[in-house]
Design a protein around this ligand. Structure first.
Ligand code: GTP
Ligand code: SPV
Ligand code: MN
Length: 627
């Protein structure tokens, strides 16, 4: 393929020749009692948004290929050089549409108290009145796609179905990677399964003859959740979690509400199977905030001999107590929407291998040979690139070539270490749950909770430095309980209570053990104290030996810590002083943290579970009385 074929102008204005088309496309040949409600809903949305065409997505390969070809022809995707990156594409977003927008994300529950102090609440009537004129005619000149998708294996006992209506072909191809899309799902709806309604418009209608842009979007953006009616309405953005509504909007915000009602948990967690040198398998889920290492840990290549990790999921896990008293987990997604920068041979070689082809990249840099690049992919930057905005770039440009929140979208099945049974409908039983964040100070490399309630306390008090995954100031410390701050669809205090309740449903000796980890502690000189990445297997090894009762731990005021000698540090050089600092507990800083926790808890008023106040009181007591 000639590189000259690859258009490099960003956001090129491309005149799209539109065929005269019937107002409504072919309805799928699926019948059943549930179809009438679906088609009535689709008709309603079409009557509101006035698309030129309606396309029912069947999830076939041919359809996907056609959608990709169309986007290339329209200048919305660049086809990468198939010699290096077969079946792969680059999208460049509008520079104002590059990440999740937490300030534009709303929970529109009937009662303000049900959204709680950590969410942006808005009255459903008020926001419907705001959204209606925005969606009126918002799809004019465009195709409206109807995308039926399943989170979890189609028909699985923990799975749930949704339908996304969208005017973005980019969203359709992304949903096709991230979920299970197709007629099989439609058949379940026809057969009467419940489904969640999600509506998305980029908010950029086209007048007849008006030229389209490479990344249509609207300056005004809204991502609105209706937990009482299980609906999502998203307007104005085409990016990631704002547009792939199956992901954060459905599988976390709405699913957390369904989980509260039905007795399970929708969590912002990766999921792995760890296999020890004796061949014993353990299942670990870990909740880290956005851009804090989930995808990396999900694809861990242990550096300690004999250990293996199989990937099950990298972002979301749904957890449900089983009849056996264990906590069972599935990854409801089918793909990875991962952070590109920092993904390289030395950090996450598994991701690099996963991305060999069939990948949609967004906002990464383009090499002159038609392949992609981002900071951290290789140690040295290529001498000439086209940056994520489409401008010429050299290492002297003084700005990153890839956007810090640039991403890859790729099928989970393509991961070389994916577990053979990763999409088993019943999931896997959990042995450990990890909570983590990005903390330069205070929080040790690993702490074990003394019991479930203490674990819930740890989860509820997680704070983390902000990253580029959402708008705002990178590095600012904020509370991010359970890594769910932007993703819990109901009152966070009730959510803490729900976690406590789930604990009571587990058999005490079969519940997963809870740990807090922090790969990001820094020395006074600003360096990471812990090498991280593959070396995190050393922490996992300790965790598993704790579960098996093979090593004692040291009781401290904040929880159980490893004896340094019990950590397998063979083959790495971590200076003793760094190790001491990695586990140092500064009483005054922790008492100050406790004061901040009290303030944070106070924001929930009487709704905060008493057990958590009690945990906080015990922490303070231990800090003040233990030598
Ligand atoms: P989302 O997909 O936004 O939810 O992010 P994520 O939690 O999956 O984070 P990811 O694994 O993509 O990592 C985000 C950034 O953290 C990348 O730049 C990684 O290189 C970096 N990172 C991941 N693990 C480690 C680690 O153990 N140590 C250090 N220092 N950095 C890490
Ligand atoms: C995150 O921000 O946690 C992501 C990216 O995984 S997005 O899907 O855009 O939310
Ligand atoms: Mn990720």
């Amino acid at each position: 393929m000639a590189i000259a074929d690859i258009p490099t102008t960003p956001r090129a204005t491309v005149r799209v020749a539109r065929q005269p088309a019937p107002r409504f496309g072919a309805r799928p040949q699926v019948s059943g009692p549930g179809m009438a409600a679906l088609t009535a809903w689709v008709d309603e949305i079409a009557a509101l948004t006035r698309p030129d065409r309606v396309h029912w997505v069947d999830g076939s390969r041919a359809e996907n290929d056609a959608l990709l070809r169309e986007q290339v022809a329209e200048g919305k995707l660049l086809k990468l050089n198939p010699e290096w990156r077969p079946g792969s594409y680059l999208a460049r977003s509008h520079p104002g549409d590059v990440a999740r927008l937490e300030s534009r994300t709303y929970i529109a529950s009937e009662r303000e108290d049900d959204a709680g102090p950590t969410n942006n609440w808005i009255a459903p009537d008020e926001i419907r009145a705001t959204l209606t004129p925005l969606f009126e005619g918002s799809m004019r000149g465009r195709t409206m796609y109807v995308v039926p998708f399943s989170m979890g294996a189609v028909g699985g006992p923990l799975s749930h179905i949704g339908v996304q209506v969208t005017d973005s072909a980019y969203a359709v191809t992304s949903i096709g990677v991230m979920t299970r899309v197709g007629t099989e799902v439609l058949q379940r709806i026809a057969d009467g399964d419940d489904w969640v309604k999600t509506v998305h418009s980029v908010g950029a209608p086209l007048a007849p003859g008006q030229a389209d842009t490479a990344w249509p979007c609207n300056d005004e953006k809204y991502i609105v959740h209706f937990p009482d009616t299980l609906e999502v309405w998203s307007f104005g953005s085409g990016y990631g979690g704002n547009a792939i509504l199956a992901k954060k909007c459905f599988a976390l915000r709405i699913a957390s509400v369904i989980g509260r009602n039905e007795g399970w948990l929708a969590e912002h967690m990766l999921l792995i199977r760890v296999i020890d040198p004796a061949g014993r398998a353990y299942h670990v889920a870990a909740a880290f905030p956005s851009a804090c290492g989930k995808t990396n840990l999900a694809m861990l290549r242990p550096t300690i001999p004999g250990w293996r990790v199989e990937t099950l999921g990298d972002d979301i896990a749904w957890l449900r107590p089983g009849e056996d008293g264990r906590l069972w987990a599935i990854n409801p997604e089918a793909g990875f929407f991962g952070v590109a920068p920092g993904t390289g041979e030395s950090t996450n070689v598994t991701a690099v291998e996963t991305l060999w082809g069939n990948t949609i990249f967004t906002n990464v840099a383009l090499r002159p040979d038609g392949d992609v690049w981002w900071e951290g992919l290789t140690d040295e930057a290529p001498p000439h690139l086209t940056d994520w905005e489409g401008n010429p770039w050299t290492p002297d440009s003084g700005r990153p070539a890839a956007h810090p929140n640039s991403r890859f979208t790729v099928s989970a099945a393509q991961c070389p270490q994916i577990a053979a049974d990763w999409d088993a409908p019943e999931g896997v039983p959990l042995d450990a749950i990890l909570f983590g964040g990005r903390r330069a100070t205070n929080v040790p490399l690993v702490v074990e909770a003394t019991d479930w309630t203490h674990g819930v306390f740890l989860g509820s008090t997680i704070s983390s430095e902000k990253t580029a995954a959402a708008e705002g100031t990178v590095g600012e410390l904020r509370r991010d309980p359970f890594a769910m701050l932007p993703f819990c669809g109901y009152n966070m205090a009730d959510y803490f209570g729900h976690w406590l309740k789930i604990g009571h449903e587990l058999r005490f000796d079969r519940a997963p053990r809870i740990f807090q980890v922090n790969w990001f502690r820094k020395g006074a000189d600003g360096r990471f104290l812990w090498p991280g990445f593959g070396e995190n297997s050393r922490v996992i090894d300790w965790i598993i030996r704790r579960i098996d009762g093979e090593v004692p731990a040291v009781d401290t005021p904040i929880g159980r810590l490893p004896r340094i000698d019990d950590l397998d540090l063979d083959g790495i050089e971590v200076p003793e002083a760094d190790l001491d600092e990695l586990f140092a507990i500064d009483r005054d800083s922790w008492l100050a943290e406790a004061d901040l926790t009290e303030e944070f808890y106070a924001s929930f008023g009487a709704r905060l579970p008493a057990a958590l106040h009690a945990e906080l009181a015990s922490l303070r007591y231990r800090l003040k009385t233990t030598a």
